[in-house]
Design a protein. Structure first.
Length: 140
């Protein structure tokens, strides 16, 4: 399983809080798309477009110039198996039985990074989330 949650000692800036909430929106978009079994690249493209629309062109999945071109990866016997929710994977579609981690994040240099990661399983009846820890920010 892959799972990420955000814990902070003391308050987070409005920018980090908003970034976190927006990454939940990116995750929600993936959850809408996945049951239709689109290509892996189509999920990436749609979620990247949403992140850019929300204002994260320079911070989504890394700092400007060092951004990775994936948002998720398969889990199985090895980490990083199919599917790869990544740029350019336009020939492979999500299939029933695939298990994958989805991990949208934003990075703000000098300030921090926030995001979410959950593991999902695509069944015949739809997308099932396998990680169930509370997704709220935890401020200590």
């Amino acid at each position: 399983m892959d799972q990420t949650r955000v814990f902070a000692i003391g308050p987070l800036s409005d920018r980090l809080r908003r970034g976190y909430e927006d990454m939940l929106k990116v995750q929600d978009r993936m959850m809408e798309l996945a049951p239709e079994r689109p290509t892996w690249g189509a999920i990436y493209d749609e979620c990247l477009a949403l992140a850019v629309k929300l204002g994260y062109a320079d911070s989504f999945m890394g700092n400007r110039g060092a951004q990775v071109s994936f948002i998720g990866h398969g889990l199985g016997i090895e980490i990083d198996e199919y599917p790869f929710i990544a740029r350019g994977f336009n020939d492979q579609r999500l299939e029933e039985g695939m298990v994958f981690a989805f991990e949208p994040k934003v990075v703000f240099p000098g300030e921090g990074a926030v995001g979410i990661e959950n593991t999902f399983y695509l069944t015949q009846s739809g997308l099932k989330q396998l990680t169930h820890s509370d997704q709220r920010l935890v401020i200590l």
